[in-house]
Design a protein around this ligand. Sequence first.
Ligand code: 9Z3
Length: 344
Amino acid sequence: MSGDKRVHTSVPDTETAIDRNLPEFPAAKPIDEDNYFRLHKPPPYLSQISRDVADFINYHHLQKRKIVLVTSGGTTVPLENNTVRFIDNFSAGTRGATSAEYFLENGYAVVFLHREFSLLPYSRHYSHTTNCFLDYMTESEDGKVEVNAEFQKEMIVVLRKYRHAQNNNLLLLVPFTTVHQYLFTLKLIAQELSVIGSDALFYLAAAVSDFFLPSSRVPEHKIQSQESGGKLVVDLEPVPKFLSRLVDSWAPISMIVSFKLETDSSILIKKAKGALERYNHQLVIGNLLQSRKYEVVFVTKDSERWVRLSKDQVDAGIDIESLIIPEVIKLHKSSIEEKKKMGL
Ligand code: 9Z3
């Protein structure tokens, strides 16, 4: 028997297998966001997450600590309820996990909404590297397991920061796997965070699918290739533009930073500006898949500014997040002052 009380999202929820009573998902309309939450069942574990998040927010709000929601990793779109096949979005979780560490260093408490089993703050230094974690270990002369001498210096720094976050309850890990779980959990956390208004910051680095399969159309069992003449034709719907709900009604006073990922450099800024105009939030950080670890562009309504690591910084292994996060925090501070002046 396992004593693990944590929520896990990667095992499909087969009890909510295809429900033919649900109405067919209507074609795309401007009210899609509301329809989505009306026509889909929330994940069954959501009330547990709600309690954990509410406790975390109350605890830090009492201590006047700012709270950031960092989203990280890619969402999946399952093609079957007992999921064998799914569509995935690219993201290792490096941006989110690394950013969370720099927010923690700068005094924020962090709700880390992440794809289960993607990179996590602190453990990321050791968990998904090409080294097996056992390569960090060595056996001492008296038969004890120890950390290899060459890793001691770096590991003690990471270990101290990790313990500090743990001992002070500064980091709340909340998992998702599917885009469905992501949307319901984001909505829940946003509504709970809205209680602290401008002291909350949303930093949306997760790679969220633009398409999904409405639950009314998800088959219960593995799709059989013989039944469809060997072809698989997938007909997906656009994911509702949840960002507009986040900005307008879930957390209207908080500062929202979203990421825009492109692979074609000639459209990055245009797409980032388009997102700002569409959702009316404060900042889009644009990045290209190919260069995301070395350069990003901060796009606001009236400015665009590249933030880049120099060659020396790249060679020294500096994280670009160590440049991004202080800039974001500066903008959050001015946003708080502005909102306070407006009496919000
Ligand atoms: C990003 O652009 C992230 O920076 C990356 C990070 C996914 C590139 P890694 O985890 O990668 O370090 O491997 N995230 C946002 C991606 C996204 O789906 N954005 C949507 C869009 O571009 C808006 S929410 O339309």
